[in-house]
Design a protein around this ligand. Structure first.
Ligand SMILES: NC(=O)c1ccc[n+]([C@@H]2O[C@H](COP(=O)([O-])OP(=O)(O)OC[C@H]3O[C@@H](n4cnc5c(N)ncnc54)[C@H](O)[C@@H]3O)[C@@H](O)[C@H]2O)c1
Length: 366
């Protein structure tokens, strides 16, 4: 059943539904029996998860700019969703260096425009707004960041996510908390990997593009260590947060971190080698180093997820090895000689993920 069946028959609006996470979330919601509505500016990549899984024929989709407050409001009023998951964003760090103004307006003004639409909602609606682990002011300490730590950001993408958090907080305190019909939560996650991502400057994407063309992948920061997590991990967190808010099981208006356990932290180099092996390549020949580091990346940022564990009974499910297997299986099917139904494969991966969570007695998976 999963998530106590709260999404069955509900109207769920996903902003950013054509993106990597939005496409996985839409697929999962369809499996849960929801009527899925989407609002996105474009299909951000080619290929894309959205097209590979044929989602355009399965969800009701509207092309619009999240910054257009009137259009957003009109769409929300016409759909009258029971749930809103806000994921639309300029999500690429390197792009934020080329298009800083666009990044700020999309991520900050775009979030304000969603909040403006929420203010005009007169029916019961549960809203989960997605920001990022990068919303935290990264002071490069060794400890995991907690929800009470300061938001900030030294680069434009991080700053835009920190500013989105401040925007949500002031709208919450000034307006939304006074609306008895609205439940709202904020979700922070990062270093998300999985099949179906084709965004630029992401290591998995660089690998599968190179491997599928019999090329060597170039890596910039082999020693950079990241707490990698499969896309289904934060999505199970977002869906649990939505469920618990809807059922009044968790405090309204609060942020939550969703991250992997400490053993998931691996270097970029190790991840590339493991993926190469699963692609049946010589792992020592699969990658070459490049000195080209085009922008400054924060060195370390991990999340403390005690709050999600305590209040949402949530923790991550997959071990690192399982996570890499899921990814290799998805892309090998996509790039393989035989045509594979990528929607069916995505559903199978979600089912396997739910089974793994059930085996760990995670409440959301019951
Ligand atoms: N992928 C990650 O590793 C990661 C990590 C942390 C946080 N996030 C956050 O999760 C969310 C989804 O990320 P993703 O990786 O799926 O991103 P993505 O780039 O794959 O998709 C972005 C989506 O937002 C839409 N969009 C962009 N600008 C828009 C605009 N002006 N108006 C309307 N729609 C617009 C795109 O059309 C697309 O549907 C974002 O908020 C992102 O910042 C992602």
């Amino acid at each position: 059943m999963a998530f106590n069946n709260v999404y069955q028959g509900k109207k769920v609006l996903v902003t950013g539904n054509t993106g990597f996470k939005g496409s996985w979330l839409s697929t999962w919601l369809l499996m849960l029996g929801a009527e899925v509505y989407g609002y996105s500016k474009d299909i951000p990549t080619n290929p894309s998860m959205f097209e590979a899984t044929g989602l355009s024929g399965k969800v009701r989709h509207h092309f619009g700019d999240i910054r257009d407050k009137e259009e957003m409001d009109k769409y929300v009023q016409s759909v009258r969703p029971d749930f809103i998951f806000h994921l639309a964003a300029q999500a690429i760090v390197s792009t934020s260096y080329q298009e800083p103004f666009d990044t700020i307006t999309t991520n900050v003004v775009g979030t304000a425009s969603v909040l403006e639409a929420i203010r005009n909602i007169t029916w019961n609606c549960t809203c989960v707004l997605i920001t990022s682990d990068k919303a935290y002011d990264n002071v490069e300490w060794i400890w995991g960041y907690r929800e009470t730590d300061a938001v900030g950001g030294k680069d434009v993408y991080s700053g835009s996510k920190g500013a989105a958090e401040l925007t949500i907080k002031c709208y919450w305190k000034s307006f939304v908390r006074l609306m008895p019909n609205i439940k709202l939560g904020v979700a922070r996650a990062g270093n998300v990997i999985g099949g179906g991502d084709w965004a630029k400057d992401r290591i998995i994407v660089d690998c599968v593009k190179a491997f599928s063309n019999n090329e060597v992948v170039e890596i910039r920061s082999p020693k950079a260590t990241r707490p990698w997590q499969h896309v289904l991990e934060p999505l199970s967190g977002y869906l649990t947060l939505g469920q618990y808010l809807y059922e009044d099981k968790v405090e309204n208006g609060e942020p939550f971190n969703f991250g992997p356990c400490a053993e998931q932290a691996k270097t970029v180099f190790q991840l590339v080698q493991d993926l190469a092996e699963l692609w049946e390549l010589d792992k020592n020949e699969a990658a070459k180093l490049t000195g080209n580091v085009p922008f400054k990346e924060a060195t370390l940022l991990k999340l403390n997820c005690d709050k999600a564990q305590a209040y949402l009974d949530w923790h991550s499910t997959l071990h690192y090895e399982e996570c890499v297997h899921f990814i290799a299986d998805w892309y090998k099917a996509f790039y393989g000689k035989n045509k594979v139904d990528m929607y069916a494969l995505t559903i199978t991966q979600i089912e396997n993920y739910v089974k793994a969570a059930e085996a760990q007695q995670l409440k959301w998976a019951e």
